[in-house]
Design a protein around this ligand. Structure first.
Ligand code: ATP
Length: 595
């Protein structure tokens, strides 16, 4: 491996060209195992630059919750490229228009420019990272010049392939096809033993900073990793629920150690406080504090914890009647980082708290659910903006059924059963049987809608000419990190969605099957897995065409969703949050039982 020796620090630094060579290999392979093996060799050779390299592989400089953004528009890159190369802006734009990718545009321009001066040292990963961090941090007066100067420096000193990836990183479009979970697996493989994989995953789910975990793994500091838990002001991956077809099945599954809570239909909300700082994060770990002014203000006024982390669901309500509203009323505005409009501040939110992870410096995640709930009850008095989730502790069928009906009456989607045994800890990021959801829909033959990822598109004809006729949709296989095709979706699109899709997906179009996609069906266009859609189907059947759960139910066959219909785009979910292959297997079994 080519490295550059740094006299000052007395260690070897990885050359950026070494990384970009691997990035190129990762992009061009269509095989999942090859992808992970390239990633593995890159990580193993990173040496002292590992931390910086793993962030760059994610196309970032730090975890998202640190809020470090490049603040560079495509326009600014075009301007800089023109200035550096002496070309007209119009010419650069033409090139960009031709290949639709600023990274490629930059590398083509670099190719035509003078060779890199011989006396210049090659760019190292460390140097690129440091300069990109400076670029991101340059703000205020003169920052445009500061940013373009740094970009010019990187451009002049890099090889064409390097500037391609550097530009994509700046534009937030690196997309190497390796999710955090894949990087974690590779890190464990490279620096530790498989026995530690679960512990590493738990640590990451409580403190999703891949750079931190990478450094500790490389040092072999397993003890430090095992000590990682929830930390106020750092978002954690929320705990998720399994589903079952009937309340009796749930009680049996939980050995009758069970409590039921209303299942609120809102926006998952984690609220953190430390000292005088309060932050709110979404389930996608995005900081959305600014979108919850009423909640924050009320929390400040009503409670005086030194530090706390609570988990719950925020729901809009009618301030005159206290009635809960369907979440769609504010989700577009409140759920994401967008500016708040007047309308969203008019409709107040109430946070229904259902869990607590930390209180005044004490970690609570290893306490059983009942004890965590008791702590909540001791510390919270319901008010306009904070209420504890309504719950019932009972093993009486009639009482539970009534509770379920009442939940629907009160504007909820159903109930969530919580295991009340001593093992019922808070498991960050995990979907398990400690929480089981039950909705009215579950009595239907196909119990639930699915959140599937677009992996391909078929060209439209007739009225749909110029748009897509159908989309190829996939589930996420948590074990292999692959996206497995499960249905071809062509129904349920409004004209607005239909005709905006080509533009929405244009950045994600690929000329070959991305390595983490498993599909026998070949669409007209491959799409990089990123966009999640909620889909209702009529039935799950065994199918030789689709790769979801291939060979799991029947030899040489997978599972397919028949008669799928689009419900909505789930822009609060990342591709890895999609319905998993295992969930589809469970849904298939539930459906068989109902039949
Ligand atoms: P999932 O969150 O399971 O991936 P989803 O986002 O499609 O799926 P649902 O399947 O409808 O949502 O239900 C699970 C969600 O219900 C939880 O993620 C949580 O946001 C919400 N929820 C509402 N009330 C509760 C509660 N009392 N306990 C736990 N979760 C609750």
């Amino acid at each position: 491996m080519t490295k550059s020796y740094n006299i000052l620090y007395d260690y070897y630094l990885m050359l950026f060209s070494e990384a970009s060579k691997k990035f190129m290999e990762m992009e061009s392979t269509t095989k999942r195992l090859e992808l992970t093996s390239i990633l593995g060799s890159l990580l193993e050779n990173a040496g002292d630059d590992l931390k910086e390299l793993v962030y760059l592989i994610q196309g970032k400089l730090a975890p998202d919750y640190e809020g470090i953004e490049f603040g560079v528009s495509g326009k600014l890159i075009v301007k800089s490229l023109a200035a550096i190369s002496g070309m007209d802006e119009e010419e650069v734009n033409k090139l960009f228009y031709k290949n639709g990718d600023l990274g490629i545009t930059a590398s083509e321009i670099r190719e035509k420019m003078e060779q890199k001066p011989l006396f210049r040292e090659d760019l190292t990963v460390h140097y690129v990272y440091t300069r990109l961090m400076e670029l991101a941090k340059s703000a205020g007066h003169g920052s445009v010049k500061g940013k373009t100067d740094i970009y010019a420096d990187l451009m002049v000193n890099s090889y064409p392939e390097d500037i391609k990836y550097i530009t994509r990183i700046i534009m937030g479009k690196l997309r190497l096809g390796v999710a955090d979970s894949t990087i974690l697996d590779s890190l464990v493989h490279a620096f530790s033993s498989k026995d530690n994989a679960d512990m590493v995953e738990t640590a990451y789910n409580f403190h999703p900073d891949i750079g931190l975990i990478a450094t500790l793994l490389q040092k072999g500091d397993i003890k430090a990793i095992s000590n990682i838990g929830p930390e106020p002001l750092i978002p954690f991956k929320v705990m998720l629920a399994e589903r079952l077809r009937s309340i009796d099945d749930i009680r049996e599954k939980m050995n009758h150690h069970v409590s039921f809570e209303y299942k609120y239909d809102g926006l998952r909300t984690e609220l953190h406080k430390k000292g005088d700082k309060i932050k709110i994060f979404s389930r996608g770990l995005e900081e959305t504090t600014e979108n919850f002014p009423d909640i924050i203000e009320n929390f400040k006024k009503s409670y005086s914890f030194e530090s706390i982390i609570i988990d719950g669901e925020s729901v809009p309500f009618n301030p005159d009647t206290g009635e809960l509203f369907p979440f769609q009323m504010v989700s577009k505005r409140r759920g994401r980082k967008y500016q708040i409009t007047e309308k969203s501040t008019e409709i107040p939110l109430v946070m229904f708290i259902f869990d607590i992870l930390e209180l005044n410096g004490r970690t609570l995640v290893n306490l059983p659910y009942e004890e965590r709930r008791k702590i909540l009850e001791e510390n919270f008095v319901d008010n306009e903006h904070f209420r504890l989730a309504t719950r019932l502790s009972s093993d009486d069928s009639e009482e539970i059924n009534k509770f379920f009906e009442q939940s629907i009456e009160d504007g909820c989607e159903g109930i969530v059963a919580k295991d009340t045994s001593d093992e019922s800890v808070y498991r960050a990021g995990a979907r398990g049987w400690l929480w089981i959801k039950f909705k009215r829909d579950y009595q239907k033959e196909l119990a639930d809608s699915m959140d599937l990822v677009i992996i391909g598109a078929f060209n439209g004809r007739g009225r749909r000419a110029g748009a897509y006729g159908a989309l190829l949709m996939a589930s996420y296989n948590e074990e292999t990190h692959a996206f497995e095709s499960v249905t071809k979706l062509g129904t349920g699109f409004s004209d607005e969605v239909l005709f905006s899709l080509p533009k929405m997906l244009s950045d994600l179009v690929r000329d070959h099957k991305p390595a983490m996609v498993e599909s026998k069906m070949v669409p007209d266009i491959w799409i990089y897995p990123q966009i999640v859609m909620e889909i209702q189907g009529a039935e799950i059947t065994v199918s030789p065409i689709h790769t979801c759960a291939f060979g799991k139910i029947e030899k040489d066959s997978g599972l397919a969703l028949r008669f799928p219909r689009l419900i909505k785009i789930r822009d609060d979910k990342n591709a890895e949050d999609a319905t998993t292959t295992n969930e589809i297997i469970e849904l298939y079994k539930m459906q068989k039982k109902t039949k």
